[in-house]
Ligand binder design. Structure first.
Ligand SMILES: [Zn+2]
Ligand SMILES: [Zn+2]
Length: 339
């Protein structure tokens, strides 16, 4: 089969590799039909983040068609169109039962598609992908939802959702601050989700004029430029800046008793934080790889009823075969579609 392989920053190529096969009765083989870039992929391709040495199959955000299932699989059948969570999870261990599917105990910590974290699980931009726990992982898509709309349902869309949706539920109508610029699509998804779920105001910070324009079209109040020391007081804040000034701005702009989530990923052993201010103001800080699987149904429901519009964050859709060239241009959110 053909697979898009990451060789190193700026180096991608299609390779012929052996196709995966079913290795257990609870598994499925799926054929990706739409894939997109996680914000982490953009960093790896551009050399902006430390990457494991290649070669490895790229991509962990995708919609796929089920091709074959093992005898024990009950929830999907060949032909079903499904979203595939980026992290591998069994659905049955203690952590999976508590919704922490990103840290499933049945697989090594961090096991995921598209990045070789203690194992190789395949990549989204391939002809065939093996899903180890099909009933636990796969979520069928409703007919009315286009695959390109929910290409990011595997990872970045749930990452943005977890940063705002549960906190808006306990603080209805809260004001939300989003510091963008690092995890670029997560930040923009968060703007759309916050407004769709009833935030009274969303302020978006970024130095990039194009992303600021998009955030404004989504309905945010935009502040273009470097993050200020403090941008106001918000019940809910998201640091998707991946910079110390952005992180500190989000933390210092969180109102007493508020919650700040960081999706920025800091590739350093220790990151400075204003802990005394956070202590004094009683700020809750959350950072984690998103546990996508349990929240995918809620996100899908919000797409179906028109509260959120993830397709507005897509910057470009290209044919599958054009993926290498288009990926090397590193657009905000590139979607690749098989014809
Ligand atoms: Zn990702
Ligand atoms: Zn598990």
């Amino acid at each position: 089969m053909r697979q898009l392989t990451f060789l190193g920053p700026g180096r991608l190529e299609w390779q012929e590799v052996p196709a995966p096969a079913l290795e257990g009765r609870g598994q499925a083989l799926v054929r990706p039909v739409v894939a997109t870039t996680c914000d982490l992929d953009r960093w790896m391709i551009s050399g902006g983040a430390p990457t494991p040495p290649g070669p490895f199959p790229l991509g962990h955000e995708f919609v796929a068609e089920v091709v074959e299932v093992g005898d024990d699989v009950r929830s999907v059948a060949p032909g079903a169109r499904v979203t595939v969570p980026f992290s591998i999870s069994c659905g049955e261990c203690d952590r999976c039962r508590r919704g922490i599917t990103a840290s499933c105990t049945a697989v090594p910590v961090g096991a995921m598609y598209g990045v070789p974290v203690r194992g190789q699980w395949g990549g989204a931009m391939s002809d065939l992908v093996r899903v180890p726990f099909a009933d636990a992982m796969l979520v069928p898509l409703p007919d009315q939802v286009a695959s390109t709309t929910v290409a990011s349902l595997s990872d970045n869309l749930p990452d943005a959702w977890r940063a705002v949706a549960p906190h808006l539920a306990t603080r209805p109508g809260a004001e939300v601050l989003v510091a963008g610029g690092g995890a670029v699509s997560i930040a923009l998804f968060a703007v759309d989700i916050a407004l769709g779920l009833g935030a009274s105001r969303v302020v978006y910070l970024d130095e990039d004029p194009e992303r600021c324009d998009l955030a404004e079209r989504l309905g945010a109040e935009v502040r273009e430029g470097a993050p200020p020391a403090r941008a106001g007081r918000f019940g809910i804040t998201l640091d998707a800046s991946s910079t110390h000034p952005g992180l500190h701005c989000a933390l210092r702009s969180t109102e007493p008793g508020g919650v700040c989530t960081s999706s920025g990923i800091y590739f350093e052993a220790t990151t400075p934080m204003p802990l005394l201010e956070m202590f004094t103001n009683g700020i809750t800080f959350i950072t984690a790889r998103a546990s996508s699987r349990p929240i995918i149904p809620d996100i899908l429901a919000a797409v179906v009823d028109g509260r959120i519009h993830p397709e507005r964050i897509t910057s470009r859709v290209v044919p599958w075969d054009d993926a290498v060239h288009a990926l090397l241009e590193v657009p905000t959110k590139l979607v690749m579609e098989r014809s």
